[in-house]
Design a binder for this molecule. Structure first.
Ligand code: GLU
Length: 377
């Protein structure tokens, strides 16, 4: 099954390129890389494959323009360095893409733009328009306004969220200056082997070590974490060396390059959006009967009768976690009732809702369509 899936030709690919590919250690743009990548994107466009590009490098380029070489940035300087570097980054991509007759479209976003459902839909429509026009969306985090509570943390996560919830893609390619995921650090351990294929249930987090460079935030551990979110929602991930010639068309053509992380079955985009949602506003604890009902393959919605406790201060429409009595998350979804209302109707039959709340209401606290049960639902 995996092999067939691997050979399925994706119609759309989200490609994330790391700072170290875009900017050299002196802080100069790596034109050859940018041009090679633009050439690859052109080839794919000619073959009918849509590409959404996520590029790091704003902070690295900005630092070079403001400070002496070797001067490291303090964390609070990153947003301002990004403001300096982003137009330069974009100019270099625009030049490289123009050489192959492609039109770039800059989109800067923060986590909030994906987490907020209406903004996420707006963003999705924008990307669909751009792709429909044949433009190349070039995305980066809007670092200058990204305060801690709304940052993706790094572009690996941004790319995963875009690939599952914004511009749903069969494939996410994470390109860095490393060949892929190794069993140990290949720079210091001769026995390190490249892991070619990772199954959806396989725990490979223990292999991931090493942080990103001074301007990049990722590192292999974060790549794996981000990749997991994508594979859980049905997007296959390939982690590969962006400096290899023709890396992107090679991956699309089914060549074995880097580390391939096999995906679970594809989730509908609304469910994928729920699954990658960062911050539930509260939680409801359910009894064993409700737990079993939710976990069945064609399981039910969450009714008030199965709820034993309510925590947090959420409103109708907010995302909440559903936990069992042992504190394990079994689902998450959009609630039809506020925390106070859920508390008032918990443990009671749905037919009592009107009595208990003094107004009519739907039977389900969380409807099945608005719920993701565990990762593989
Ligand atoms: N958004 C940052 C930049 O453009 C990079 C974040 C990361 O390294 O993942 O410089």
């Amino acid at each position: 099954m995996g092999t067939e899936a691997e050979q399925d030709r994706p119609g759309r690919v989200v490609v994330k390129v790391g700072t170290r590919l875009v900017v050299d250690t002196a802080g100069t743009p790596r034109r050859e890389f940018l041009e090679a990548m633009a050439g690859d994107i052109r080839r794919l466009a000619d073959e009918g494959v849509e590409v959404v590009l996520i590029t790091s490098g704003a902070v690295g380029l900005g630092r070079r323009l403001i400070f002496e070489p070797g001067r490291q940035l303090k964390p609070h300087e990153r947003p301002s360095a990004a403001a300096v570097g982003q137009p330069v980054l974009m100019r270099h991509w625009a030049e490289a893409l123009a050489r192959v007759d492609l039109v770039p479209a800059q989109v800067l976003l923060t986590l909030d733009d994906v987490v907020d459902r209406s903004r996420c839909i707006r963003l999705r429509d924008t990307l669909e328009d751009l792709l429909g026009w044949g433009a190349v969306p070039v995305l980066n985090e809007n670092d200058s306004v990204s305060v801690e509570s709304v940052t993706f943390g790094e572009n690996d996560l941004l790319a995963a969220m875009v690939a599952v919830a914004v511009a749903p893609a069969e494939l996410l390619v994470i390109l860095s200056d490393q060949e892929g995921l190794y069993t140990a650090d290949p720079r210091s351990d001769d026995s390190a082997e490249l892991i070619r294929r990772v199954e959806p249930d396989e725990d490979v987090g223990r292999y991931a070590s090493g942080a990103g460079g001074p301007e990049s935030l990722g590192g292999m551990a974060r790549k794996i974490e981000a990749a997991r979110r994508a594979t859980d929602c049905g997007t296959r991930v390939v982690i590969a060396d962006g400096n290899r010639a023709g890396v992107l068309p090679g991956i699309i053509a089914g060549e074995q390059v880097g580390t391939c992380m096999i995906a679970r079955p594809r989730m509908p985009s609304r469910k994928a959006w729920l699954a990658v949602h960062e911050k539930p506003r509260g939680l409801v604890v359910v009894d064993d009967g409700a737990r079993r009902a939710l976990l069945q393959p064609d399981g039910s919605s969450l009714l008030p009768s199965g709820i034993v406790a309510v925590r947090g201060d959420f409103r109708a429409g907010d995302l909440v976690t559903v936990q069992d009595g042992q504190g394990r998350e079994i689902a998450r979804g959009l609630t039809n009732y506020s925390a106070a209302d859920t508390d008032a109707i918990k443990g009671r039959h749905s037919s009592r809702i009107a009595d208990l709340l003094g107004r009519a209401g739907v039977d389900e606290v969380i409807h099945r369509d608005d719920m993701v049960v565990n990762a593989g639902d």
